[in-house]
Structures are given as C-alpha cells and as structure tokens.
Design a protein around this ligand. Sequence first.
Ligand code: ADP
Ligand code: MG
Length: 250
Amino acid sequence: MNQTRNDSAPSIVLRDVHKWYGEFHVLKNINLEVMKGQKVVVCGPSGSGKSTMIRCINRLEEHQRGHIVVDGIELTNDVKNIEAIRREVGMVFQHFNLFPHLTVLENLTLAPIWVRGIPKKEAEETAMFYLERVKIPEQAHKYPGQLSGGQQQRVAIARALCMKPKIMLFDEPTSALDPEMVKEVLDVMVQLAREGMTMMCVTHEMGFAKSVADFVVFMDRGEIVEMAPPSEFFTNPKSDRTKLFLSQIL
Ligand code: ADP
Ligand code: MG
C-alpha cells in the first residue's frame, strides 16, 4: 500500500539543519526530503531530537543553521511565512492538547471561526464531517474530560484536519494511550495515509511503519543515522546503533 512519489515537488525539505538549545547541539546536519503524498516514520531513542526536528517544521522551534522549506516556503523569521506554514501543516501531539473547557465541537470550530473567519454553521458542518471520519460524531457535545484517551486523540486529529492541512505531523500520538486504544488511533492514521496525506510521524509503532511508511528515519543523538524503506530498515539495518535500537523495541 505504500504511496510512491506521485509528484515531483518536495513537500518538506531540511537541508544542513542545525539547532542548539544554548550550548547543547540538539540537531546536527539534518538532511531530509519528503515528497508530496509520502509518509515518513521517525524513530530513535528518547532525547535523540525527534520532537525538536518535527517541531522545527512548523516553527514551534527555531533552527539556527541550514534551510527548512515547507511546500515551497522557506522558514525564516518572516512572520508571514510562519503564518503561511501554520496554515498548511497540522500537528498532533502526544498529550492531545485539547481545550478542556470547550466541547469537542467547539474545539474543532474555534480556529476555523476565529483564525480563518469561516461562518459558524460551515465550520460546524466541517467539524461533523471530520468527526464522522474519526468515528466519533456522537461525542460532539461532550467535553474532552468525558472521553477516553483514544477518543480525545481522534478529536485532536479531526481538529487538525478541520484546518485542511496539506501536511500532517504527529509526535508520538499513541504513546500516552492505554494499549487497547492504540489501534483505534492508528486505524485513523492509516486511513489518512491511504488517502494520500503527506505525513511525518514520530512513533515506535513499527507495525504502522511497516504498513504505511515510504521510509523510516532513525535518529540518535541529534543525527539522522539511517534512512531506508521499511522493508530494508527492519530486515537489513546498516548501523550498529539502529540494530541496537531495533533489538530493544521489537
Ligand atoms: P526526543 O523527542 O527524541 O525524545 P527531544 O527533541 O524532545 O527528543 O529532545 C532532544 C534533546 O534536547 C533532549 O536532550 C532534551 O532534553 C533537549 N531539550 C528538548 N527541549 C529542550 C529545551 N526547550 N531546552 C533545552 N533542552 C531541550
Ligand atoms: Mg519527543
């Protein structure tokens, strides 16, 4: 089911990207290209820089050297560019980040109404469409606290989709979930992948990587150590660091 390169324009380009937190060199010479429609899974030990890298792509973090280009727009300090990128890139976090005092429907319509200026009725129709897609339309009028973790994460995915992003970034979307809820979230992500969304996903769900990823990126200590299609990555890892990592998680 892997989607191969169906477009010649790269959606995401990282070229010679470096980042420091103070003295600490957290991203070292990152080079990566994701074509439109491709799915990339990023894995690696805790602290290796996965979240930092993915957060640089929608400028939740700033890089200090190199170039990041998203859908043809270079990420610089230009506020216009940052706004443009944020319109195109949806993000889903480990801890859902829903507004607890708003209903599910209000969580989904807040940004479309107030940031995009979409009429309330239209925003609600769009929200219901995506709640159907993530299979929880009946939860629309509940508050996040009344939902299970898996349902909350599906709301978070629907919320990102309501902004009609061209690219979806996921940072360990199932790590905070009880095991029985992981599948319901992965199913939604697999469906999204099959519909052709460009996706970058930090996850250790290797079944997901095997079924949808065009390539797997392995990071360690701020570097990309290895990058390969799942068939190669899992059966014939090149680096000792990758082998060690795989032996610990598989
Ligand atoms: P991962 O997602 O792979 O676990 P992170 O990108 O979260 O890794 O973190 C990489 C390294 O950067 C870790 O050593 C972490 O402690 C450090 N780090 C992350 N965020 C900050 C920050 N805001 N300030 C300083 N150090 C940070
Ligand atoms: Mg992380």
